[in-house]
Every structure is written in C-alpha cells, then in structure tokens.
Design a protein around this ligand. Structure first.
Ligand code: ADP
Ligand code: MG
Length: 815
C-alpha cells in the first residue's frame, strides 16, 4: 500500500452472504453473548495480577488475539504487562519504558480492543488517533497496526503529508483509526470540511515528551482543542515527563503512571554496550572514517546534528569509497526518497546510514550493530533515544559517542544524572589516519562539495552557538579553523550570528503549516511546504538557488524580512565572503556595499575596476559584482609579454616574417626535424621513468615481504603459551569489554559491494579501540626501545600492534 496515503483498511467488510434469516439472528445472538462475556472479563480483570504473562492471559477479542498470534507475539514484555490491563480498563496512562521494550503494542492492543468493545463501524467516524513526532515513526506504527489488526474490520489511515491535502482529505472522513504527525493532522482539522472528530474514543501520543516539547507546542494545543474532552488518553515514551502542565494541557484524568524500569540501574537497555571517545572537532571525520574502515561488515547508524552535515559527510565519504554501502536520511529529502532509504536500511545486512535526529526516536530498524554519535546530542534524553536504535527487544548492540574535549566533562555529568553507563575508550594510534588531504582535493575538484562543506560548517557552528546547555557546548573553545580545514575547505567561512534564537525551537519546529520561517531539516516534521498556488518572484527563485547564502547576502535583502526563507541559515546568520587582497575584489567588495545601497537609493553606482569603470544600473550588473570571473571581463586587459635572453620584450605570440620562414627550408622538412627531435627527448625521458618505476616496485615488494614476515610472527605468536591472556586474579578480564568492541571487518573483500581501491584490506582483524592502560603500556615500551635497554618479553595481552610484534620477535630471537 502507498505509504503516505490515507487509504487504509485493516480489512474490508465483506458483504454478508445470503443466508437464512434464522441463522443470521442466531449468529448475532452468539456474537452478542461473546461480547458481553468479554466485557465482563475486562471488568473482572485485576490489572496487577502476577498471572498475566502472555497475551493469551488477557481478555482480548478473537480478532486481536489471532492477529498477535499470526505476528508471533506471545509473551508480554514488562511494559505491556503493566500497561495493557490498565488501559483495557479505560485508564489514562503515562507509560515510560526503555527503548525497544515493546511500547507500540502496549498502546495498539488497547486501541483495537476499545473500538471492538464499542462495536465501532465505519459510520461512527474517527475512533482513535495516534500521534507520532516523525513521519518515519508514524509509518512504522501504521505497519504494526496493520499486522496485528489484520483480522479487524476497522479502516485505518496514515496522515503524514507528502501528498496533496485534498487527496488525503477525501479519504479522511471514512477512517476509524488514524496515525498522524501533529502538523499535518492540524491542517486537516482546520481545513478539511466535514471531518468530524467529536466521536473520538482514544488518543495516543507516542514519544509523548517529544510531542509535548516546544517545537510541537502550538500544534498540539490547537489539535487537542478540536478533540472531545471525554476520551481515554495514553502517553508513551522512553523518557517520560510528568510535568503537571503537560497533563493539564491534555486534560488527563487521574493518570496511572506506568514506569517499569524506574528502579532499574540504567536508563538504557542492559544489552547495550556504550562507550565514548574524546576527539577534537578537527579530527572527528578522521575518527569516523577510521571507524567505518574497521567495521565494514556491520550495520551502522551515524547521527549528525543537521541535514547539511549529513549531506556533506555522505557525499564526501561516498567519493572516498570506504567499502561499506552508504545511505543518508534527513528531513529535507522528498517523502518518497525517505521511505525508500528507510526500507533499504531496514533490509540491509551491512550498511552505514548517516542521519539526523529524524530517526532518533522510536524507529525499529532490525539488527543494527552500532550507533555512532559524531555530533553530541542536545541533551541526555536525545542520547538515550539515539542509542536506543540498537539493542532492541532482546538483541545486543553497541554505541559510541564522539565528544569534543570541551564537551566531555559537562556531557558526562548529564549522562550520569540520567543513569547512563558509559566507558571511555581511545582510538588506536595505528588506526588513525587523516583524510583531510583527500577531502581537500575532493572539495577542490567539486565546487558543489565545497559549498556543501561550507554549509555543513555553518550549520554545525550555529547549532553549537545556539545550544541551551552552555555547560556542555562551549562555542568559544572550538577550533573553527581546524574544523574548516578538516572538512577540506580552502578557508574558514566567516559567520555572524544573530542572538536570541533557540536551537531547540528551531530544530523542533514543525512543518511550515504552523510556522514557515524557522524550520530546519533535522526533524521529520520540519520540511518546508511548497504551496503550489503561490507565485514566486524572480528574486525568490534566485534566493532558493543552491549556494546563494554562501555567495550573497544581497538577495536576502531584496526579499525583505518576511520573504520565504531561502535557507534555514538565512534567518539568523549571514556569511561574509572572504576576499583576497587583489584589486579586482577590493573593487567588488566596495561594489558589494554599494550594490546593497541600490535597494534604498535610485542613483546608479559606479565601480572602479582597475583603470576602467563599471556602471551598476541593473540587477544583472549587481550580480556581476559577486563573481570575480565575470568582473574580469570588464577589466581593461593589458598585454602579456615574454622576455628573451637579452631582456627584450616580445608579445607571447609573435608571427615570423614570411621571408625568414621560407629561407629556413621547406615546411615539410622542418616539421620532420621537429618531430624527430621531440621523439628523441621522449625516449630519453621514458628510460628514466622506467628505471624509477622499477625502483619503486622493488621497494614496494620489500615492504610487502617485511609486512608478511611480521604477520607470520603474529600468527604463531598468538598460539604461544607464554602469550596467553592473563585472566586476572578475580577471573574477570578487565579488557574483555574492549576486546569485544569493534571487530574489524576488514579481513575480507566486501562481497563486491563497493570495491576498495586505496588500501588493500588488512589480513588480520585489528582492534580499533584501546583503553588507557593499553596506551600507557604502548608508550612505556616505546620509551624503553628508544633507550636501548635490555629487552624483556613482557606481554600482558595478545600482540595486536606492530610494537608488540617487534618486541616479541626480538625477544624470541635472543632466547
Ligand atoms: P519501543 O516502542 O519500546 O521502543 P517497540 O514497540 O518498537 O519498542 O518494539 C521493539 C521490538 O520488540 C519490535 O521489533 C517488536 O516487534 C518487538 N516486540 C514488541 N513486543 C514484543 C513481544 N511481546 N514479544 C516479542 N517481540 C516483541
Ligand atoms: Mg516506540
């Protein structure tokens, strides 16, 4: 079924087959009896009963029970056991349970039962409304609903936008259950005539704290205004807020607070292994690259702070071919692309998805091995949701957070406060590789990539600048030059921030239906709506063009303050173009200033270009000022001269006198002589080149042999008894965790997925992390080696780097 459509239908009501009236009434009677029995069972149900362990222990109708059976759901999870019985009894619920613990069924089962017990039909209209903060999550909830509700006769729809309002509206009136995002739903409630929600029985907010958050505030309040007050309300999240104001906003009645993991030691799943790496901003991409290269056989989600960051890292890494299929996802992509990428990643075995927080919450990708947070999340709750994309239900998962040195102390405090267990690890020195030069050359070759890099730079620095938590995010301590360089940019973009904005408000701003200016792409509901009827002016189109914010602040002025936001940056910062010192651009800079003035004065301006002058009397001319290349056309051009050995000047191309030329001999002969002379030169050069190439090949062979010798020792070394890992007195291996961390997948080719060209994959899997004690050990050995003291074979652990191997080899030889 088309995902963004509102066409649902858990099943279609079959036309009753012509049967005898007698048997029909008998059936109806039996049905009524069953229904009464079920109602009675629900009334009698003790929600705290310890006997409720499976779905079959609950008083559910046959349609729901068989749907659950067919989907292979049998045993209840903790949150399901605690929440479903209370919800069946009609209670309002505030449910909190860890990520991946089965909250979706905890609200879907009561939704189906509620409507079933009320014998809901298509004539009763909308009975249940389920709200999700993002489109991706809404689609997923809808899919689960279709699965477990397959034997019900309700019609269900998905309202998430991406299609025309009219198309959606037509089907809306017929739906019994809707899964929606807040902005789009509100649009329908405001604009779709005849859409009646007065009958609503049950309202569900998944990721409730997020929906009640600032960004959605006005939409949710307006939406709730439309709904009847007498209804059941269920709120679920892994990070639930109990704010009284929120409860009041939703008019909850004596809600039951279901928090199954409140007393748990950790706020994250027990099967999740979490670590962090301190890495300066300027080395983040190197570290990420190193990680990917070491984990080619994995399924990885990499979180970045903005869509711009996501695009840049995706585009640049793609060019460098890491050897693992790459995908990217952010809120500015077209709906169809978003759906396709989500499903491709869901079914991928090995893949790396670069994403914004659009998939930070609720999304249930199967079998994710790693969650990497390259950019620090805005708060500990976001951290908990992001890492929750792995280790779902009963599976294992690992998560790594990259922290800037300035963020380390502050953010660790936040995590500790939220009961998040996390351990520090270091990147192995050997695994570090700078990709700065490669990025630089890619940016040089592709202006598009460079512009993306500039935008990524701006959006990152802006997000840090606007972060609320100043104890964690310290803008002034960032090495911006180093960061720009690490992205491969030719210079540091100059940025100017406007105060008074709030990153959370910007990031969480819903779709343009609610507020048009300040949405960003980091959220599912944050995409701009393009109204078809609206006529756009030439300047608006210009402003929407790629890169315009990097090149010019001028168009923005032409648009005025309220013009359609050309780009999310446009509202709170501007980029000044960095000018070189040469005369043309000085003129351009002067012209720029004056060009801006033309919006207020009528006088045409004159710009000096070297010796000549250029009259700025049209927008086209103004535009010229932005381009050094175009301006060059208007410069008075001098003649380039070359000097001979005697110091006399000649123009570059000098025509020989015809008579002189004829005296030198026939043209044919001259040409032959020239060709012969050149051929001789090429031959000489060729011999040199061949020698050099031969020499290089020889060196390479020798290097390879040396490496192979090293690996030979490593292989044997691993089997030697004296090298066995010391299990420690307590029997617990303190390094076990680290050892089990990233298992490098570089050992084999990548199944032909993406051919790796630059570095042949290492034969032996190497660890990518090391802990502090390992690092010290390494340094100590290094020092000893330098001093030239007597060597001792000292191996506390398996040899896993070159130093170890060298020490081992030398030691064995001496014995
Ligand atoms: P949450 O919303 O708490 O993050 P989900 O509802 O997305 O978690 O469920 C996480 C995973 O657990 C899903 O893949 C789901 O199919 C599975 N799951 C949920 N309930 C059960 C159950 N009772 N038995 C087996 N698997 C379940
Ligand atoms: Mg969920």
């Amino acid at each position: 079924m088309a995902a963004a459509s509102t066409k649902g239908g858990l099943a279609h009501r079959n036309k009753p087959a012509p049967k005898k009236a007698e048997s029909r009434s008998l059936k109806r009677k039996r049905g009524q009896e069953d229904l009464n029995k079920l109602r009675e069972a629900v009334n009698k149900l003790d929600p705290k009963s310890p006997d409720i362990k499976k779905f079959t222990d609950l008083p559910l109708c046959e349609a729901t029970a068989s749907g659950l059976r067919a989907s292979h759901f049998e045993v209840l999870t903790d949150v399901q056991r605690a929440a479903i019985p209370l919800a069946l009894k009609g209670k309002d619920i505030l449910g909190a349970a860890k990520t991946g613990s089965g909250k979706t069924l905890a609200f879907l089962v009561p939704v189906l039962e509620k409507l079933y017990l009320a014998q809901w039909t298509e004539y009763d209209g909308l009975g249940a409304l389920i709200i999700s903060p993002t489109r991706e999550l809404a689609v997923q909830i809808f899919e689960v609903l279709r699965k477990v509700g397959r034997n019900h006769y309700f019609s269900a729809g998905l309202v998430i936008g991406g299609k025309s309002l009219k198309e959606e509206a037509e089907r809306l009136g017929r739906m019994n259950i809707l899964v929606c995002t807040p902005g789009r739903m509100l649009q329908h409630l405001d604009q779709t005539a005849g859409f009646d929600v007065n009958n609503l029985q049950i309202l569900v907010l998944d990721e409730a704290d997020r929906i009640m958050d600032m960004g959605f505030q006005s939409a949710v309040d307006a939406l709730v205004e439309h709904l009847p007050k007498t209804r059941q309300t269920l709120l679920f999240s892994a990070t639930q807020s109990k704010r009284v104001s929120d409860l009041a906003r939703l008019s909850l009645k004596d809600p039951e607070y279901v928090s199954v993991h409140e007393s748990a030691q950790t706020a994250t799943p027990a099967s999740l292994q979490q670590s962090y790496i301190v890495t300066p901003l300027s080395e983040k991409l190197d570290t990420l690259w190193g990680f990917l290269r070491a984990n080619l056989k994995s399924k990885i989600i990499v979180f970045l702070s903005s869509g711009k960051q996501v695009r840049f890292v995706y585009e640049s890494f793609k060019r460098m071919q890491p050897g693992i299929p790459l995908l990217h996802l952010h809120g500015r992509q077209k709906q169809v692309a978003r759906m396709e990428i989500t499903s491709r990643f869901a079914s991928a075995k090995h893949s790396c998805l670069f994403a914004t927080d659009v998939v930070a919450r609720g999304v249930d990708f199967p079998a994710v091995d790693w969650v990497i947070q390259v950019d620090c999340p805005e708060d500990a709750d976001t951290y908990i949701h992001r890492v929750g994309r792995t280790a779902r239900y009963e599976s294992k998962g690992r998560a790594v957070l990259f922290l800037e040195p300035s963020e380390e102390e502050g953010f660790l405090k936040r995590l500790e406060h939220k009961r998040v267990p996390i351990q520090k690890v270091n990147v192995r020195e050997k695994k570090k590789k700078s990709i700065k030069n490669e990025l630089q050359s890619h940016c040089f070759q592709s202006p598009d990539l460079k512009y993306l890099g500039q935008k990524a730079f701006i959006s990152y620095t802006r997000s840090i600048y606007l972060q609320k938590d100043k104890e964690v995010f310290k803008f002034n301590e960032l090495d911006l030059d180093g960061f720009a360089e690490s992205l491969g940019l030719p210079g540091t973009p100059q940025i100017k921030f406007q105060k008074g904005e709030d990153i959370k408000r910007i990031k969480n701003a819903p779709r343009a239906a609610i507020s048009s200016g300040s949405d960003t792409d980091s959220d599912g509901d944050g995409r701009k709506r393009k109204d078809k009827d609206q006529v756009r002016t030439k300047y608006q189109k210009m402003a929407e063009r790629q890169n315009q914010d990097v090149l010019s602040t001028h168009y923005r002025k032409l648009l005025g303050e309220d013009g359609p936001a050309s780009d999310d940056e446009a509202d709170f910062l501007s980029v000044k173009r960095v000018l070189d010192g040469d005369a043309q651009l000085d003129a351009a800079a002067g012209g720029d200033k004056r060009a801006n003035d033309t919006t207020t004065t009528e006088q045409p301006k004159v710009v000096k270009l070297g010796k000549s002058e250029l009259v700025i009397d049209s927008h086209r001319r103004e535009k010229l000022l932005k381009s050094k290349k175009k301006l060059a056309k208007y410069m008075e051009k001098g003649n380039k001269l070359v000097f001979d050995d005697d110091g006399n000047a000649h123009p570059i191309y000098e025509l020989q006198d015809e008579e002189d030329f004829a005296q030198e001999g026939p043209a044919d002969k001259l040409r032959r002589q020239f060709v012969e002379a050149e051929t001789e030169k090429v031959k000489e050069a060729d011999v040199e080149d061949k020698q050099l190439a031969k020499q290089r090949r020889k060196e390479k062979r020798e290097r390879q042999k040396a490496r192979e010798r090293g690996e030979e020792v490593e292989r044997h070394g691993g089997a030697l008894p004296q090298l066995e890992v010391d299990g420690g007195a307590g029997g617990e291996d303190p390094l076990a965790l680290l050892r089990s961390l990233p298992i490098a997948g570089g050992e084999a080719d990548s199944d032909g997925e993406e051919e790796e060209a630059r570095e042949p994959p290492k034969k032996k899997a190497r660890k990518w992390f090391q802990d502090d004690s390992e690092k010290e050990e390494e340094e100590r050995r290094e020092k000893k080696k330098k001093k030239g003291g007597k060597r001792v074979i000292e191996m506390a652990h398996e040899p896993d780097n070159l130093e170890d191997l060298e020490a081992l080899a030398a030691g064995l030889l001496e014995e």
